[in-house]
Design a protein around this ligand. Sequence first.
Ligand code: MLT
Length: 411
Amino acid sequence: MARINDSYLKLKAGYLFPEIGRRVTEFTSANPQAKVIRLGIGDVTKPLVPAVIKAFHEAVDDMAKSESFHGYGPEQGYGWLIDTIIEKAYKPLGVTLKSNEMFISDGSKCDCANILDIFAISNVVALGDPVYPVYNDTNVMVGRTGEADKNGYYENIVYMPYTADNNFAPGFPSQKVDLIYLCSPNNPTGTVATREQLQGWVDYAIKNEAIILFDAAYEAFITEDDVPHSIYEIEGAKQCAIEFRSFSKTAGFTGVRCGLVVVPEALTGTTANGEKQNLNRLWNRRQSTKFNGVSYPVQKAAAAVYSDEGWQQVQEVIDYYMENARLIREGLTAAGIDCYGGVNAPYIWLKTPEGMTSWDFFDKLLTECHVVGTPGSGFGPSGEGYFRLSAFGERSNVAAAVERIRAKWGK
Ligand code: MLT
């Protein structure tokens, strides 16, 4: 009989967001009259902007004519999209990249998981706590960890607590690590790493010959000056960091699927006998074998994000979500609830009122206020007592949710 991958049995029963969905469905089936407002999973609510839709339609029409039909594209993505992103998204930051250092993909969730293919199982991984669950769970799935302890910490993972006590800026791991996940703007806390903090991580990674896996999926939501949008704004980062970016939140592509990975040519890792190998070459080999590229219409739609029109339209949508974030943050703060994030990220991370556990607050918020959020403990043990509200939603719903929470818990 076929043996299973036993590591899957070490995982907690379900992925966080399906579990939330299950509880919400149970509640709405029993209470069909309830007007439930969903600020849980960070899923966009605004449609694709007109410039993107136009390019998408045109590309679909191209596929209908033999002279402009596209079959398999390059596994790494079309050169015209890569060069546009380098020119429009990286050059203004003072970052120069070569075309062969960027790989277009079907989204950051897959990339963050797939990148593990090119690293040995013996690597020690450090990640945040709380954290985007994909980083943790994919390391469990590949067999890098032991069992979880009673707090939910897996053996062989080094957890770095992100809490109000350390201002959401954990210190360096006390033991040697090989792979370090950093996410800024951070999911779930909505906080950001400063230039100095990122310089500290880059220096640390170079000194310890570690690789930083930098998730910048929310960089487009940064509103403050001098917060880095890319790890490559930091000196030395091309020697030690891989960056992930996504069109999901930036341009409303959660249902379209497009992202990218940057693997600089200078990045190396070692073989079992200590010989240096180029990581860009390994990732290229991995993608060429296991991936056939993102569809032509999707890449055309993604390129349209960077047209003058597209960029302005996308920016208006981002501003709309960030105004939601401001309303949530300021509304709840005025009600006496401690709130973090929401200035450079579409997430507000709050302290649960009355010292409730994250899941108790989730249930009360759902059943008494008909508002859905995400329990902080679902992102890791240090998230206990915290709660995440997403700013992706319609303004009237966001305002109503804030009002319901203030009416119930406001001081
Ligand atoms: C979240 O809510 O944390 C995100 O939507 C999940 C994701 O991007 O996969």
